[in-house]
Write a protein that binds this ligand. Sequence first.
Ligand code: XMP
Length: 546
Amino acid sequence: MDTILVLDFGSQTTALIGRRIRELGVYSEVVPGDTVFDEAFRAGAVFRGVKGIVLSGSPESVYTGRGSVPDRFVYECGLPLLGICYGLQRMTVDNGGLVEPLPLREYGAKKITIEGDASRLSEPGRRFMEGFGAQSATLPQVPGTFTAWMSHGDTLVRLAPGFAQMGTSETGYPAVAAHESKPWFGVQFHPEVTHCERGMDILAGFVFGVCGCKKGWSMEAYVAQIRGELRRRVSGTPVLLLISGGVDSTVAAALLLAALPPEQVHLCYMDTGLMRKDETAQVTLTLEKLGAKNLHIVMCGDEFLAALAGLEDPEAKRKVIGDLFIRIQEREVARLGLPDTYFLAQGTLYTDLIESGKGVGKKAHVIKSHHNVGSPLVDAKRKAGRIIEPLERLYKDEVRALGKILGVDAEVLRRHPFPGPGLAVRILGEVTREKCEVLREADALFIGELKKRRGPSGKRLYDEIWQAFAVLLPVRSVGVAGDERRYGWVLALRAITSADGMTADVYPFAPRDLLEISTLITNAVPAVGRVVYDVSSKPPATIEWE
Ligand code: XMP
């Protein structure tokens, strides 16, 4: 399959570059920026089909010596190159140009003017420039202007020999460079971010126009390929998948069930008593609908509540939950009586690999542990070469698309994230059964309303919001019920918008929605006396309260 390789120099948008290329229907792989292209690498699966290389951005400067340097092979292999931000600066200094700090960092939306004489460029160069919306025949005469997205503190002050400046930013610095004879290009801005005008066209100009890639990447193609791979690897051996009920593990289960005889697939789910309302019933239904035959539901709420009794410190609570999780996991897996050779499957995503900094080929120690626990079970299986990660080449959006193809309910695929330690980090202070019940009810009412009400876009509030939940505060406040004064718990509502959970904005509810939801909760859940709305963004606040 035609592939674009993305060299990762550490930019926050590296994963996005890979994802955008896949959106164009072309497979992309992200590898560390300093990957050595030795014979073993070139003979490996990652390099097969590579038609072009993208050099990503980086938080580092090229002249500090801290940023990664690509293998010289990158410049000697003859493959087309596209440098983005640091990638362009890297290509410039590695090939005899000069980069220096800007007096003032260029950040955000900036106008770019396309200029320069495209007739000086080779055929690939002219095709690259077509991605900027100009026809090659008219390009030299018709400069175009568009808004790009910038984030850089350094600039090219002298292009490397052989490069021509084809575009300039409104501040007068080089924004687009193209080599006159080699298929090498660079942009100072970020075509991969959505608010960059023509961003996808520019990437398409490189991927199709310059590299000549053919579309070969789709979820349907992936399912066919991964099915074959799973069957060959696993053969008749049992596979165990630990299920959290979230999107990743549910889609991983769906994929295993679609690829292997269902009797061979063991799914294990632990109800810690810290789940949302009706969660276990929903998870069971979802998995049964997907054809699960060996579904092991472990009800261990009593054990978790007993272990949490009297604990108030958030870190102590997390530690107790993590340790108990491991203990029960080992006990229950032993109870299943699987042969020692069984495979352990995990819902690791491609971004988990990229974000862990390990990249493809160096990921031996990357573990996406169930409920964030460094698990000895996973360690042992990894050492034995018995881990299966069927989603490890997919981005989150692709996992959702895959889930849809495999028949996972749309509501499950749209579900907001839920932390591993569950309600324990949303009940501040000591966790008790009674508080779990109160929070579960209030949270279900809140979420139920978000699914009924529409936002300004016409979508359900639930779908406009990235994550929403209720938090039970360790505070009682006075209220009135009839003629009596009554002390009730204070409940905080949290609703945020976000791209990835790294930063978050507060969802700006219409006041009426908040007021009606508050009334509904205090009427239906008498233990809650007062409702407040959390208006803190991240940073400085985190999304969860503990
Ligand atoms: P914070 O609170 O760190 O949350 O801003 C960012 C995202 O991560 C989720 N989160 C967790 N997920 N185990 C998880 O699996 C955890 O311990 C955990 N803590 C926070 C949180 O819900 C949000 O989506």
